[in-house]
Structures are given as structure tokens and as C-alpha cells.
Design a protein around this ligand. Structure first.
Ligand code: 1HE
Length: 265
């Protein structure tokens, strides 16, 4: 589906554009600090399901000073247990389309990356954080719990003990601290996140589709399997990736001195 047709399917809280092989999805509700309401969750799922075939990576960003203040707290008023479960499941479905969707996702973070905003960022594959970014899980103090897959994804990034502390005490971590913990993949100066994120997304989109598939879909599953199953799956994935015509062409390019060398960054 063409990018402009997808744009028409999205709520006003989301904006999209395409730059070459990179589709940009922006949370676009800065007056509410990009708080995520039900329409936005549905729009995120629609966007990732409908990505055009010529898109090779997505840049996920937030308009304004903050990436996202998390769940729109207005959404949970008057919600019973059954509706609460269904509500959380809508987040799970949408974020599954990010983590295990069609293409890798680079998130650009600034200001508040809190609650459901942190859960959203955790579903991305690479996180570029400007120095202004800060991470928190204020659910504990609000009398609620994470519901956007945070208890599954965040312990894998930062460990259960650290997540417990964040939820119990409301502790906030800076972008720089997040780098040591595994939340910030790249730390950049204020205002530089978009350019860095776009550069990385274009680079990722230039990989072969099969390699990106293997990295997104096979790698995390292998890492979670028992070693024997992991080694077998790795051997299969390696053989499939290298048998691809595009891989063969790239290897030939290098051997014939046309391919890029590895350089220090
Ligand atoms: C919101 C939300 C929101 C802002 N839901 N409306 N998330 C939180 O507990 C974080 C709550 N938000 C904040 O702590 C602050 O807003 C910020 C630190 C992010 C930003 O502060 P500031 O001073 O720049 O903005 P503000 O004045 O607090 O907010 C501007 C407006 O956004 C204001 O509305 P207004 O009509 O008075 O202008 C706020 O009410 C509104 N706003 N954040 C609704 N979150 C799947 S489960 C996930 C569970 C969670 O995510 S829990 C964490 C929720």
C-alpha cells in the first residue's frame, strides 16, 4: 500500500512520511506530551501492518519536547477487569507488529520516555536517545501495572531487579545512564536524534531483506532457546541467508574489491 494511503488511515495523533526506503511514524500529540490513547494504539498497528513493500526500515519518533508520556491516563477511568485485559491486549498486538513486524524499527527519543512510552521504545530494535531523554515507569505510583508488553521486554533489556526498582520507587534514569543499562543504543546531543536515527534507518534498509529478517525474527528466538535448538536454528538461518542471490552478489563485490570495507566509526 502506498505511503499516502496509509497516512489517510491514521488518526490525527500520528503523522507519517516516507523518505526513500525509510518510513517515518511520528507520535503527533505534543500538547498531551504524546500520551497514547486507544486510537493511537490502533493506528500504530494499522501503520505497521500496512507498510509498503518498498519500505526497508521505520523511524519512530515523537513530536515536541517529549517522546511519550505513556498511556493516556484518561483511558483507564471506568474500565473493568475484562475491558482492562482487552485494552492491554490491543497494545500487545500493536507492539508485536513493531518488534516482530516486517522491517527493523529505529526509535528516536527525547524528554519523557515513560510508562507506555518506554514500553513502546522497548519494542523498537535500535534506540537513539538525545541527552534530554529520561526513562521512568510511574505505574507503581499510579496504582496500575505495565500493560504494553513492558514486563516481557524490559527485563530482557535491563533485568528484572532494575525494572522492579523503577516501578517500586519511581526512579528515573537519564539517557546517559540508559546507555550503560541497555536502553539507549546511541546517545546523541539535543536536536541530533532525528538525523542520527534517519542515518541508521537508511543503513539498515540497505541490508538484504533476508538478513534483516534473520536478525529481527531468528536472533531473539535463538537467544531464548536452549543452546542445542539455538545452534541448529543458527546453522539453518546462516545457510538460508548466504544462499540468497543478493548475498552472493555482495560477497563477490567484496572479493572483487568493489564492496565496502569495515571502517572505524
Ligand atoms: C497527559 C499525560 C498522560 C501528560 N495521560 N494526559 N504516564 C505518566 O504517569 C506520566 C504523566 N505525565 C507527566 O508526568 C508529565 O506530563 C510529563 C513529565 C510527561 C511532561 O510534563 P509537562 O510539564 O511538560 O506537561 P504537563 O503540563 O504535565 O502536561 C501537558 C498536558 O498533557 C496536560 O494536559 P492539559 O489539558 O492540562 O494541557 C496533561 O494532563 C497531559 N498529559 N501526560 C493523559 N499520560 C499500557 S499500560 C502503560 C501504563 C502507563 O503508561 S502509566 C504512565 C502514565
Amino acid at each position: 500500500m502506498a505511503a499516502d494511503r496509509i497516512a489517510m488511515m491514521l488518526p490525527a495523533s500520528l503523522a507519517t512520511e516516507q523518505q526513500g526506503k525509510v518510513a517515518i511514524l511520528r507520535l503527533n500529540r505534543p500538547e498531551k506530551r504524546n500520551a497514547i490513547d486507544d486510537e493511537t494504539v490502533a493506528g500504530i498497528e494499522t501503520f505497521f501492518r500496512a507498510l509498503p513493500d518498498d519500505v526497508g526500515a521505520v523511524l519512530l519518533a515523537g513530536a515536541g519536547e517529549h517522546f511519550s508520556a505513556g498511556l493516556d491516563l484518561g483511558m483507564l477511568q471506568q474500565v473493568g477487569v475484562a475491558e482492562g485485559i482487552a485494552h492491554s491486549r490491543t497494545w500487545h498486538r500493536a507492539f508485536e507488529q513493531i518488534q516482530f513486524g516486517k522491517v527493523p524499527v529505529v526509535a528516536v527519543l527525547q524528554g519523557a520516555v515513560v510508562g507506555g512510552g518506554l514500553e513502546l521504545a522497548a519494542a523498537a530494535h535500535v534506540r537513539v536517545a538525545e541527552r534530554s531523554a529520561y526513562y521512568a515507569l510511574p505505574e507503581g505510583s499510579r496504582g496500575i501495572f505495565v500493560g504494553g508488553g513492558g514486563s516481557v521486554r524490559l527485563p530482557r533489556l535491563i533485568g528484572v531487579a532494575r525494572m522492579m526498582d523503577m516501578m517500586l520507587t519511581g526512579r528515573t534514569y537519564s539517557a546517559e545512564e540508559g546507555q550503560a543499562m541497555g536502553l539507549t543504543t546511541y546517545l546523541v546531543e539535543p536536536g541530533k536524534g532525528h538525523a542520527k536515527g534517519l542515518e541508521l534507518a537508511h543503513r539498515i534498509a540497505g541490508n538484504t531483506r533476508l538478513t534483516n529478517f534473520a536478525i529481527m525474527q531468528a536472533l531473539p528466538r535463538i537467544a531464548e532457546s536452549d543452546p542445542a535448538a539455538g545452534f541448529a536454528m543458527e546453522a539453518l538461518m546462516a545457510a538460508i541467508a548466504q544462499a540468497d542471490d543478493e548475498a552472493k552478489a555482495r560477497l563477490r563485490d567484496f572479493l572483487e574489491k568493489r564492496g565496502p570495507k569495515v571502517t572505524r566509526s
